[in-house]
Design a protein around this ligand. Structure first.
Ligand SMILES: [Zn+2]
Length: 242
């Protein structure tokens, strides 16, 4: 449980500094710019310079990450090991929080994930299947990325107006590569298919909700990162039990 708490603090810290700094530095208050003390993250105290309180996200992360750590202890993922599972929990939490808040999957985060994915993949599936899995994840998502771009182009032509939204971010392509390394070949194929299915069901539900609330706007882009991550978790549990 203590690891969950430390992991949660790490997630909040990284999700705060990485989008603006792109590297690990001392945390700064997002209102007054003064340095934050470690208590801000560990005990959720306010900024001592301007009194800014930790956000709702800080609180949610500090509750959810320890809960998931507890669940991982209860239902261990043997392919990752106890410590590895917490490491990936922290990693994917950072990806999801930044993706939801900024619609971004940052390059330093993707590169770190590629390193982690390569290590864990090679241990579990061997070198060749890891590289193949990474290439397949990246390549398949790249195809989807270009199809999405084409779709937006055709759409803006037919409507006679420019559409700024992109269907799929390039960060999703990188993330699919990371997941491909972790799941290896041929697990990544199931991973991508599952992510598309989950994404389809969730975005379908979301659209119905928007229509019911009369707020419907056509072709809203959804952050795909969380669906990719969810499908990895499902697959890791399935593959551990067959
Ligand atoms: Zn401050």
């Amino acid at each position: 449980m203590i690891w969950g708490w430390i992991g949660a603090c790490l997630v909040n810290f990284l999700a705060d500094i990485l989008p603006s700094e792109r590297k690990i530095t001392t945390p700064k208050c997002n209102r007054c710019g003064e340095q934050l003390s470690w208590k801000f993250y560990f005990l959720l105290t306010s900024c001592k310079h301007c009194g800014t309180k930790p956000s709702l996200r800080h609180i949610i992360v500090l509750i959810l990450v320890p809960i998931f750590t507890g669940l991982l202890a209860q239902f261990p993922l043997e392919s990752l090991g106890n410590f590895g599972a917490i490491l990936w929990l922290v990693y994917f939490s950072v990806v999801i929080v930044i993706d939801l808040e900024h619609r971004l999957i940052l390059h330093p985060v993707s590169i770190t994930g590629a390193g982690l994915g390569f290590i864990f993949g090679t241990v579990n599936h061997g070198f060749l299947n890891t590289i193949l899995g990474g290439g397949a994840g990246f390549g398949l998502m790249l195809i989807l990325y270009y199809l999405g771009e084409l779709f937006v182009k055709v759409l803006s032509k037919s409507r006679g107006e420019e559409i700024e939204e992109i269907a799929l971010g390039f960060g999703d392509v990188n993330l699919a590569g990371v997941i491909g390394l972790l799941l290896g070949w041929p697990g990544i194929i199931a991973g991508i298919i599952l992510a598309i299915l989950i994404g389809g069901v969730v975005s379908g539900g979301y659209l119905v909700l928007q229509v019911l609330r009369k707020k419907y706007q056509a072709y809203q882009a959804l952050p795909y990162g969380p669906f990719l991550v969810l499908s990895v978790v499902v697959l890791l549990y399935i593959s551990a039990n067959i």
